[in-house]
Design a protein around this ligand. Structure first.
Ligand code: HPA
Length: 285
């Protein structure tokens, strides 16, 4: 076996071990995998919890070190929809390799999740956005982050050269739009671009990203969406615009302010996500 194949083999073993470990702690089979972004972790309290598993309990599993990211799986039900929730994700800027960042969602896929619902806090690039807005992610720009599928292809998950024309599922995104109308939650839409962080962008970079067609910028999500789409999951995403991006106002950016604003949107975010999950649960079960 060559070196790349050896690394891939040990990676697959880690995935299998994580799946067995989680199955050993709960029989819940999730339908929806929900990733809670910076400052949005409190949403997990909405679930009727069956089991909580800190990432540090799971053998060989990446752990969250970012502020505002608790670092645990929460398995439970929203009404009768079985959900596995990541309260806190792992990021490239913590020093993880791209394939490690996407390991948790591959594990959630193996546990049975058919849908990946990604959320995050982001900087608004679009002039029509304000801090506190929620944005449905309709497409992404991945070109500034390493591709998580680099390396040997895991045929058990998906094909070597996956198409990325429809990463964000149109039918399920329509259900989020419907949920927003019903809950009277204003919902923007746009293209999310992932940079690696951890430094925020410069004003010149924000102008560049706007020219390229991005509406919001953050340090996560896109590589997870790519790996989930590769693995055949139906992906949807909502971003909380936590601030106007660098240079758009006189304010300087800070991680604490991002978490604070994301926390403040919690009531709207919770209503939107609850109503969306109920609809998506019905549509896919
Ligand atoms: N840039 C990058 N990531 C972010 C931002 C931002 O302005 N706000 C929240 N996450």
């Amino acid at each position: 076996m060559n070196r790349a194949a050896q690394i891939a083999r040990s990676y697959e073993i880690s995935i299998d071990e994580a799946v067995s470990y989680i199955r050993g702690r709960t029989e819940l089979e999730p339908l929806i995998a929900l990733v809670l972004g910076s400052g949005l972790g409190e949403y997990a309290a909405e679930l009727t919890v069956e089991e909580e598993i800190p990432y540090t309990d799971i053998p060989d599993f990446p752990t969250s070190t970012a502020p505002g990211h608790d670092g645990r799986f929460i398995l439970g039900y929203l009404d009768d929809v079985p959900v596995i929730c990541m309260k806190g994700r792992v990021h490239l800027y913590e020093g993880y390799e791209p394939w490690d960042v996407v390991m948790p969602l591959r594990v959630m896929r193996e546990l049975g999740a058919q849908v990946l619902f990604v959320t995050n806090a982001s900087g608004g690039i679009n002039y029509n956005f304000s801090a506190g807005d929620l944005m449905l992610i309709t497409d992404h720009i991945s070109s500034f982050a390493p591709n998580p599928l680099i390396g040997p292809n895991f045929d058990r998950f998906g094909t070597r050269f996956p198409d990325m024309t429809h990463v964000y599922d149109e039918e399920l995104s329509d259900l989020i739009r419907e949920a927003a109308v019903e809950e009277k939650v204003p919902l923007k839409e746009g293209v999310y671009v992932q940079l690696t962080g951890p430094s925020f962008e410069s004003p010149a970079e924000i102008r560049m990203l706007r020219t390229l067609g991005a509406d919001a910028v953050g340090m996560s999500t896109v590589i997870e969406s790519i790996a989930a789409h590769h693995a055949g999951m139906r992906v949807v995403g909502v971003s909380c615009i936590a601030n106007a991006a660098a240079g758009m106002t006189k304010e300087l950016l800070s991680g604490d302010d991002v978490n604070l604003t994301a926390n403040e949107t919690a009531p709207l975010f919770t209503r939107l996500v609850n109503a969306s999950i109920i609809r998506i649960g019905k549509a896919v079960s």
